[in-house]
Write a protein that binds this ligand. Sequence first.
Ligand SMILES: Cc1cc2nc3c(=O)[nH]c(=O)nc-3n(C[C@H](O)[C@H](O)[C@H](O)COP(=O)(O)OP(=O)(O)OC[C@H]3O[C@@H](n4cnc5c(N)ncnc54)[C@H](O)[C@@H]3O)c2cc1C
Length: 471
Amino acid sequence: MAIIGGGLSGLSTAAKLHRLDQSIQLVLFESGERLGGVIHTEQVGEYLIDHGADMFSTKPSAAIDFCCELGLEDQLIEPKPEGRGARIVRNGQLVPIPEGFVLMRATQLWPMLFTPLLSLQGKLRFLLERWISPTKGDKDESVSTFVQRRMGHEVLDRIVAPLAAGIYTADVTKLSMQTTMQAIARMEKKHGSLARATAVRRRKGEDSVERGSTGARYGQFRTFQDGMIGLINGIAQSLPDDSIHLNCSVESIRSIGNQWIVTESGTDHKFDHVVVAVPPKAAVNLLEPIAPLASAELAKIESASAAIVVLGVSATNIKRPVNTFGFVVPLSEKRRILAGSFASHKFSGRSPEDHVLIRVFMGGAMQSELLEKSDEELTTIAQEELSELIGLTGDPLVSRVVRWNDAMPQYHIGHGDRVRIIDEEIASTPGLSFTSNALHGVGIAPVIKQADQVAHEVIASLKESGNTSNG
Ligand SMILES: Cc1cc2nc3c(=O)[nH]c(=O)nc-3n(C[C@H](O)[C@H](O)[C@H](O)COP(=O)(O)OP(=O)(O)OC[C@H]3O[C@@H](n4cnc5c(N)ncnc54)[C@H](O)[C@@H]3O)c2cc1C
């Protein structure tokens, strides 16, 4: 059995397969010199720097369940209790997100009425939401259309768009409501409005966590003491020693009879089953000869790029410190950064005592031109922006620029239909599977959930073909 790609998708599929049937001979090809793909952690002196993901959600439970399966639960830590929550920049100030506002829905009314983020007009428009009729039918729409239609443009521009951009680095005028905010879209359909849905949930006691949160429900997140690399190392350790092949870029896959020929560095390898777990751009080429429809649809999935400027600074160099996990920046603020995350406020062990580790996000779908700048220029921009927003002075003690090119698949309107075509063609091609964060969710939890599903499908297909000790 070949698994192509040693990011979280490929690794977790491999680990799940190994747990389900240890007789399967796994061969995982990773083109890079390390495992983990966009997940990586670097220790620089006493600073622990996550290059990509810095935490995962316990909902859905796939990721936390997986950690328990791998015996990694002792390594997990929760976000610090103090300072939970995020802020939004408004007129250069870091304004708290109204209490109870989670992603797209206000679970408390009063904080929305008193927030300086919205004008009086914006608040009145928000209050109208209860009386706006839902759209008919199931047609997908953009996050921007949905929020503007229901709550007005101020809630969109000043609250929802920067929060959504923080997760998807996306253009909200293209971001698919059905595939990124499905639960909210369903609430509208079922209850007629988000206000009514919230009232029902409140009566049932279902919003108790959300009501005390701002921006995200931080209590439901976890990370590893040693950074997110802990997950990658834990998965790798669960796999047979000889199964992982680094610096092996797969060039092509073709079928001969019911065998797959995987060509890597000019060498052919024969397998009964192949799991492709590479990002869309790489998958387009690999799948083109063997699943042309899927390949064509994958070619339509755009990916955004981003840079993270990581700065380790002395706490005394921050003249206007804020006790928060981070902040997001609306486009209307005309700044050159998307968000800032105070890694050392979020989790213990990220910086020396009295120092702060800050991750500044730049680029994304909306400011991609910034990524043409050099690392030095990006670092200067990040420092200038932080100087204005939190009064950062002096030079950082540690700085890094991490670039992620084409690393964030964009779930644009119609993404659900695209994924259906991809899934159908792959499912009808015996011995072939495909899993990636480009299909059913970009977060660590949905990626692991999909890997679990793929692993079960592979086992079922191997049983059907009567071949469980597969090479
Ligand atoms: C900056 C950033 C921050 C994030 N933050 C969070 C967060 O805080 N929480 C969260 O839940 N999620 C977060 N995510 C999302 C999450 O980390 C990703 O969705 C997930 O890790 C993607 O895993 P993957 O295996 O699908 O893709 P990748 O990590 O891209 O892995 C694909 C692998 O395939 C390899 N490959 C490509 N082509 C070939 C080939 N031809 N042959 C062999 N190997 C090949 C690549 O080298 C790579 O290792 C973040 C993502 C990014 C980019």
